[in-house]
Design a protein. Structure first.
Lengths: 526, 116
């Protein structure tokens, strides 16, 4: 009576339990995502995504509860299935987060820490899932019921346990692929870096096509993307080749008087200067020149603009030089992210505060020799063309590598959640047997009370499984009682377990063979 | 009464079980007792006893007393039948002639296949 009442309550609460656990998991995901440095990602659409998480897990919990009621033959199994399913889903979320690491868009190369953290999370989640599944696989062997549903669950668990084990190296390989993608992207590469010297408005569609996502501009229309503090975005700019820059930067205090002599600007739009040294090859592409020729706007690799400015006689310290109409925008791209999937366009320095102006005292025209002006009638366009072709030629390889890396991770995630859900019934079965091995539809308990020793429950489960494995209910009951009687003679846990293991591993097969050999008419008398 | 069944497959382990039971042919034995005496795995002994029972060499039954009276679970007891005693003695004698002590586990004796 009491068992029935408990069973009814558990069944009624199964769906609620699963739903509540799912909703709680979804809510818990939101701060985790936020804490993982994804502030920008959560801005704007982030709230919607958080809502999706909560709703998604609520629905998932409901479905898990429904599935538990359908599949579980035992009430306690149903409840445990719901909990285990939600737990598996949580692990899956972790793996998803690791599979698609969300980058820190706030400038700087944060790919390394993010990548390492993502891999660590993936490894931990995979290991935990594997532990659950191996336990369930072991328990599946000792499951008592011989119904078709029980056998199906056992079979599913065993298959998925193997699949999960196989997914572990796949997850590891995907992590390696991400590194390879990143490296190949960088090497693919030099031209890609060069390509990023171009006007970003041209490059942006290419980056998207490569499944690379440039950082969004805070200014919207500013093609020279900067990922710095929005307060620094004081300047808008026109695309390459269009009208000169409209300088919106106010003059700084202490700037020279407007009648300060200016040196003639050596630049013209489209000029390309390169220097062998430098972090990225020191490439400078002049995009715009100020109306009076005294200043220029250039797209440069890291640090090059200062080198160029200095060697050409321009002072990099705005407060040491005169105010001029031109400004220098600097941006570069980097490969960031664990999968090399994203190009991060960041700004080196405070471009809005760096004004390169002529300094008559430090002008050194001879230093211009260190800079090589690219040949060609339209060097900038030539470079654009060459780089574009190179990028496009590399695109299939990079795209395939990225997709393969993501695909293996997705596979690992899917397998993990399926395996963990399948393991839920057997986790409960283990728990039930440990506490009351003779309870429920299990073997009859006779003789002395159940020992609190945990080995007794395990041993009872093993011999019960051996009886089930006979595939003959008549003889199963007889042998079960016989084995239980012998089991009761053991006092030492290890001897008890040894006995049960011997019975479980050896007896069923041989008894089945003996039964088939002789007439199946047991002569046992009670 | 002659049995329609063929004799049990005669292995060294089966011979050993029969030998133990023949030490007290009229006594009843349970599976664990025999396994302990022979230091054989219980998973091996139970199928042997089952085969012997199928061949009508033994009969088995649970103890008559209740578990409450016994203060322990009822054991399944195996007893050699008359036919079984004769057949067992024949097989054991045959086995003694065919093998030497210490060969247990290294050879398998092909039995006569039928009750003598």
């Amino acid at each position: 009576m009491r068992a029935e009442a408990l069973g009814r309550m558990t069944m009624r609460q199964t769906q609620l339990l699963g739903t509540a656990a799912g909703a709680a998991t979804g809510v818990a995901m939101v701060p985790l995502l936020m804490r993982w440095g994804q502030h920008r990602w959560l801005i704007g659409t982030g709230h919607a995504i958080a809502a999706v998480f909560v709703l998604g897990w609520t629905v998932a919990g409901l479905l898990i509860g429904l599935a538990a009621r359908r599949l579980a033959g035992d009430r306690r199994e149903a409840a445990a299935m719901a909990v285990a399913g939600v737990g598996a889903g949580t692990l899956t979320i972790w793996q998803l987060m690791a599979a698609f690491p969300l980058q820190n868009y706030r400038g700087g190369d944060t790919s390394r820490p993010v990548a390492v953290g993502a891999e660590a999370i993936t490894a931990a989640a995979t290991a935990a899932s594997l532990l659950i599944l191996t336990t369930s696989a072991a328990l599946a062997r000792s499951a008592r019921r011989t119904s078709r549903r029980s056998k199906m669950l056992k079979g599913i668990t065993m298959v998925f346990a193997v699949a999960l084990a196989a997914s572990v190296p796949a997850a590891v390989q995907s992590a390696r692929n991400e590194t390879r993608v990143r490296d190949s992207y960088q090497s693919a590469g030099g031209a890609v870096v060069h390509a990023n010297h171009m006007v970003e408005g041209i490059l942006r569609p290419f980056l998207s096509y490569l499944e690379l996502q440039p950082v969004g501009s805070s200014l919207g229309t500013n093609p020279f993307i900067g990922d710095t503090d929005p307060a620094q975005h004081l300047i808008t700019a026109e695309p390459h080749g269009s009208a000169p820059v409209v300088d919106l930067v106010p003059p700084r205090a202490g700037s020279p008087t407007p009648d300060m002599p200016w040196i003639e600007s050596p630049f013209a739009p489209g000029d390309v200067y390169s220097m062998p040294s430098g972090p990225y090859g020191s490439l400078v592409v002049v995009s715009t020149v100020s109306p009076d020729g005294s200043g220029f706007m250039a797209l440069c690799t890291g640090g090059a603009e200062s080198d160029l400015a200095q060697t050409l006689g321009y002072s990099p310290a705005p407060w040491n030089a005169g105010f001029c109409d031109g400004t220098v925008h600097i941006f570069t791209t980097r490969t960031t992210g664990a999968g090399g999937r994203q190009a991060q366009i960041s700004v080196l320095g405070h471009f809005s505060a760096q004004l390169y102006c002529p300094d008559p005292d430090t002008a050194s025209p001879s230093a211009k020799a260190s800079w090589v002006k690219a040949a060609g009638s339209s060097p900038c366009l030539d470079m654009l063309s060459d780089s574009w072709h190179h990028v496009m030629s590399e695109r299939p390889k990079l795209t395939a590598a990225i997709r393969w890396a993501n695909g293996t991770r997705i596979t690992a995630v899917v397998l993990t959640v399926l395996l963990a859900i399948a393991a839920a019934p057997f986790l409960t079965a283990m728990r039930g047997r440990l506490r009351m091995p003779g309870d429920g539809p299990g073997p009859r308990r006779v003789g002395r009370p159940t020992s609190p020793d945990i080995s007794h429950g395990w041993a009872a489960s093993l011999i019960a499984a051996a009886a089930d494995a006979l595939d003959d209910p008549g003889s199963a009951e007889r042998f079960l009682e016989e084995w239980q009687a012998d089991l009761a003679q053991f006092d030492k846990p290890w001897r008890r377990l040894l006995y049960a293991l011997s019975v479980r591993l050896l007896a069923p097969r041989r008894l089945r063979a003996a039964r088939h050999q002789h007439s199946p008419d047991p002569r046992a008398r009670r | 009464m002659g049995t329609k069944r063929s004799g049990p497959r005669m292995t060294l382990q089966t011979l050993a079980v029969l030998r133990v039971m023949l030490e007290a042919p009229t006594d009843s034995h349970y599976g664990l007792e025999i396994a302990k005496a022979l230091h054989l795995p219980t998973g091996t002994v139970y199928p042997i006893l089952y085969r012997l029972e199928q061949a009508d060499w033994t009969v088995s039954e649970f103890e008559e007393a209740s578990a409450v009276d016994l203060e322990r679970p009822r054991r399944r007891l195996y007893t050699l039948t008359g036919q079984g005693v004769q057949a067992a003695r024949a097989e054991v004698d045959k086995g003694r002639a065919a093998i030497t002590l210490g060969d247990l586990g290294q050879a398998r004796i092909v039995g006569s296949g039928g009750a003598s």
